[in-house]
Ligand binder design. Structure first.
Ligand SMILES: C[S@@+](CC[C@H](N)C(=O)[O-])C[C@H]1O[C@@H](n2cnc3c(N)ncnc32)[C@H](O)[C@@H]1O
Length: 351
């Protein structure tokens, strides 16, 4: 055995465990408003920060030490003060920014919390149902995606498809598949005032939030919600555009669902499928983004599909497999649109 290699690996695993504990502390910073309280405030003592955030000083002091050691905040040892630089605040505290990761920090514990039950499923089979991931998962996903849906989806992603843009400009009907908490449906309705949206979502908690959001944004009269999975769609030839964002790999029966989406489109319609930006070949995913997708998949995407005896595609099923499935479901022309985004890939599937 190579002793140096074993020691180097020991330090790697130790570092990973340290980082995962730090992520839980980052999540506490998001949940308790500490990052918000530090944003733009300059250097603060633990007591000053605790007062600003309305929290107990001793906890804040220890938390700041963890954050400083992890490189998340800056520390001035002479003054005993800490600061969140603007470049970090945009990631941790600016909920409107497309760089904001607070939503992910809210989702992470909701996912990790299920690790014991997922481990049991390795032995017993089955899995953890989507609804059991709870409010933090749904709310965290909404916060994670909201800036992208508000700024990028309708301005950059959808317009990459000439067909989708043309149909939306013409006020054709839109099908939002697996709308989650409704941010995508609301963004489309807001960006194309002539468009009407049908949004389907099987999770009751997400759908309730989506209905509220449509009212908040004054577009409820142009969005119709259905509490169903896409495989149960009964529409035939009604939509110019269909869209799903991070949904197909979670589906129990993705082939039947995509066939139903295909049937719901007009013959000149287009389906835009956004999925994790992975290769279907594991060899090309051996990097941190791959680690993220496969790990989240074990703890959430895969298990929630297997919980309902589903296909269990997993988040890392990849662009090539996604294109193959779309073709098998009846789409005649499938190509990838260049988002230039390392996390998300977008397939344009012509009916
Ligand atoms: C990762 S979330 C993405 C939600 C939303 N599109 C977003 O990006 O915020 C996956 C969503 O797909 C929904 N879903 C799972 N199976 C589905 C199916 N068969 N048909 C439609 N939606 C489904 C889940 O309930 C969940 O809301």
């Amino acid at each position: 055995m190579d002793q140096d290699r074993a020691n180097a690996f020991l330090f790697k695993v130790f570092g990973d465990v340290a980082t995962s504990a730090a992520v839980a502390c980052l999540s506490i910073g998001d949940r308790t408003g500490l990052f918000g309280a530090m944003r733009g405030a300059g250097y603060l003592t633990p007591a000053q920060l605790a007062a600003r955030a309305g929290l107990h000083t001793r906890y804040v002091e220890e938390w700041l030490a963890a954050m400083a050691a992890g490189g998340y905040v800056e520390y001035d040892p002479d003054a005993g003060t800490f600061r969140l630089p603007d470049e970090h605040a945009v990631v941790l505290a600016d909920t409107e920014s497309t760089r904001f990761l607070g939503g992910l920090l809210q989702m992470a514990p909701a996912v990790v919390r299920q690790a014991d039950r997922v481990a049991a499923s390795f032995v017993e089979g089955g899995g953890v149902h989507f609804s059991e991931f709870g409010e933090d998962f749904v709310e965290g996903m909404e916060r994670a995606n909201a800036p992208n849906f508000a700024n990028v989806l309708t301005r950059r992603w959808i317009p990459l498809s000439d067909t989708a843009r043309r149909h939306l400009d013409a006020g054709r009907r839109v099908l939002d598949v697996g709308c989650g908490s409704g941010r995508s449906s609301v963004a489309i309705a807001a960006a194309w005032p002539r468009a009407t949206v049908v949004a389907v979502e099987p999770d009751a908690r997400s759908l309730a939030r989506a209905r509220d959001l449509a009212v908040e944004h004054a577009v409820a009269d142009r969005i119709e919600f259905f509490a169903i999975g896409a495989e149960d769609l009964v529409f035939e030839g009604e939509f110019g555009v269909a869209l799903s964002v991070d949904v197909v790999h979670d589906m129990a029966d993705p082939r039947r669902a995509l066939e139903a989406v295909h049937r719901a489109l007009t013959p000149d319609g287009v389906y835009l499928m956004a999925e994790p930006n992975c290769s279907s070949d594991l060899r090309h995913n051996l990097h941190p983004i791959g680690t993220f997708f496969y790990s989240i998949s074990v703890l959430h995407c895969l298990t929630q599909s297997l919980a309902v005896d589903g296909a269990g595609l997993g988040a890392g099923w990849g662009r090539e497999a996604a294109a193959d499935l779309a073709r098998a479901a009846g789409f005649r022309d499938v190509r990838e649109l260049d988002l230039g985004n390392p996390i998300t890939a977008l397939l344009e599937c012509l009916a």
